[in-house]
Every structure is written in C-alpha cells, then in structure tokens.
Design a binder for this molecule. Structure first.
Ligand SMILES: [Zn+2]
Length: 106
C-alpha cells in the first residue's frame, strides 16, 4: 500500500503498490508521501489473529458461539481499520499542507 498526495486537489489517495502515482480524483501526477501505520491498524490485525486462534484452538464446540466470537471480532477489526485510515489520512494531510499550503506558488 502507498499514499500519494496531489498538490492540485490538496488531497491524498490510498493506492496499492502496483498502481501508478496519479491522483484518483483528478488523474494528475501525485507524489508518494511517506506514511506510518497508526496503532489502530496493528490492533485490528491483532484482534483478527486472536479471533482466528481462538476459533482454531478454542475448546468451544458450539458453532453459534464461534460465529458470535468471529462476528464481533470482525466488526471491531473493521471499525479499527476505518479509524486507522482516517487517522493516517488526517496526519498526512496535515503534514503535506503544512509543507506546501494550497494556493502557494512554488
Ligand atoms: Zn488531484
């Protein structure tokens, strides 16, 4: 995954490694900006891994309990990953706009 910043839109696009660096909104050239994954990302991965481990190794035979465990873990993980993207996005935007305020001519 990579994050590109478009000076034209003053916005970021989140892209996969194999896509080009163009802005998803306007299609102009955008530049890759460094990003760090927030704790929410790791928390959501950890929750999913834990839930999977519990399902595989857990003594609970009742499938409704298993479905409930996995369902709630999945919901929390999804929430955390949405949160992590929001956090990452605002962090990058803040940094990019501070370095290059919209409307400023280079
Ligand atoms: Zn753009």
């Amino acid at each position: 995954m990579k994050v590109v910043y478009c000076d034209h839109c003053a916005d970021i696009s989140i892209k996969s490694r194999f896509e080009n660096d163009a802005c998803t909104s306007c299609g102009r050239d955008a530049r890759v900006v460094p990003h760090t994954r927030p704790w929410q990302y790791f928390a959501s991965t950890a929750i999913l891994l834990t839930a999977t481990a519990v399902l595989i190794l857990g003594p609970t035979a009742d499938w409704t309990v298993r479905v409930a465990i996995f369902g709630s873990a999945f919901a929390v993980a999804l929430l955390l990953s949405v949160w992590s993207i929001t956090t990452m996005r605002s962090r990058i935007l803040q940094r990019a706009r501070a370095a290059n305020p919209p409307g400023a001519k280079p």
